[in-house]
Design a protein around this ligand. Structure first.
Ligand SMILES: *[C@@H]1O[C@H](CO)[C@@H](O)[C@H](O)[C@H]1NC(C)=O
Ligand SMILES: *[C@@H]1O[C@H](CO)[C@@H](O)[C@H](O)[C@H]1NC(C)=O
Length: 352
């Protein structure tokens, strides 16, 4: 993934501010080619940041590199989760990454906000555990003997620190705008839901000690789920997301399901305000709206990756292409594997 793209997604989903998107992307591109974010001056030069974020950046310069790694993680996961859908989380050369899709309050925007907030919490927590930060380390609140009788030991992931950082740094944008707009409420809710996807799936990992692998003594620590798991959870929430609208309850504004027959969403669910476009056609006025012409599809699938739905009824072309595979592999003593190259023809279908 191009660093420029990473820079742009940071700007778009975490720091969205600048009036001129293209110039800020170029600006950040220059910055990311300089290397890691090291000094306080860099925080000033990150012009996409609002003042509160510059302050946070200065107070925690050492954490900012993890924030950037988080953004990369978010892009990769988004593209993986959406690889078989019409909107595939793809980017345009030197264009804002998620384009209009994210500026509208759609389901896709809900996913992007959730995965971004989660990825920052995740990457910062990782950085804490790996010992690269002075401000945080392993979670020392996890200690002693558990009710199950094992010993807490080793490095428990300090998810509280990562989540708190994500809350202050990622959410500050919405908070600074005032929490009254329905879009700010939507973003804040989805940011929190993204972080919950990690928090509610923390696991206990253990190691056995004792004579020849017997488990006389067991030591355990708390660990985050792999980020792929987090992506899967948020993608599930995307599939079941709730359409909401803003309502005034007393003096506060809240989001409630548009359809009152639906059960209310929980803290872990994603919410959106507007239905998504169909993503069928290329629209030059809408960045990120690439359309599905030329996309590969599956001829036999009835799902969204199937040619019928992916190609929006326009039909598809079939090509035979030759693929070269390793086959008839034999293990030779000792120690290598020798394979033959097999050529086979496969059919590839692409949307018209
Ligand atoms: C996403 O779709 C666009 C066209 O709609 C295509 O050019 C691009 O290669 C796709 N990206 C991925 C990662 O599949
Ligand atoms: C196409 O879809 C069918 C049915 O959903 C599935 O069994 C098959 O593995 C898919 N093929 C590819 C190449 O993904």
């Amino acid at each position: 993934m191009d660093t420029r793209v990473v820079a742009c997604i940071i700007r778009l989903t975490l720091l969205t501010l600048l009036t001129s998107p293209a110039s800020s992307c170029r600006y950040l591109a220059k910055l990311s080619s300089v290397g890691s974010i090291r000094d306080e001056e860099t925080c000033e030069r990150l012009r996409g940041l609002i003042q509160r974020q510059v302050q946070i950046c200065k107070r925690s310069v050492e954490v900012m590199d993890a924030v950037r790694r988080g953004a990369q993680l978010a892009i990769d996961e988004c593209q993986f989760q959406f690889r078989n859908r019409r909107w595939n989380c793809s980017t345009l050369e030197s264009m804002p990454v998620f384009g209009k899709v994210v500026t509208q309050g759609t389901r896709e925007a809900a996913f992007v906000y959730a995965i971004s907030a989660a990825s920052v919490a995740f990457a910062v927590t990782r950085a804490c555990s790996s010992g690269e930060l002075e401000k945080c380390g392993c979670d020392h609140n996890v200690h002693g003997v558990s009710p199950e009788g094992f010993q807490w030991s080793g490095c428990s992931d300090n998810i509280a620190y990562g989540v708190a950082f994500s809350q202050s740094f990622v959410d500050v944008r919405e908070r600074s705008k005032g929490q009254s707009s329905s879009r700010a409420l939507m973003n804040l809710h989805n940011n929190e839901a993204g972080r919950k996807a990690i928090l509610s799936h923390m696991r206990v990992e253990c190691k056995c000690h004792g004579v020849s692998g017997s488990c006389e003594v067991k030591t355990c620590w708390k660990a985050m789920p792999p980020f792929r798991k987090v992506g899967n959870i948020i993608k599930e929430k995307f599939d079941g997301a709730t359409e909401v609208e803003q309502r005034k309850v007393g003096t506060t504004k809240v989001l409630v399901p548009r359809n009152s027959q639906f059960k209310p969403h929980t803290d872990e669910d994603l919410v959106y305000l507007e239905p998504s476009p169909d993503f069928c056609d290329y629209d030059p006025r809408t960045p990120g709206m690439l359309g599905t012409v030329g996309r590969q599809c599956n001829r036999t699938s009835k799902a969204i990756d199937g040619c019928e739905l992916m190609c929006c009824g326009r039909g598809f072309q079939t090509q035979e292409v030759e693929v070269v595979d390793r086959c008839s592999c034999k293990f030779h003593w000792c120690c290598y594997v020798k394979c033959k190259q097999c050529r086979k023809m496969v059919e590839i279908h692409t949307c018209r």
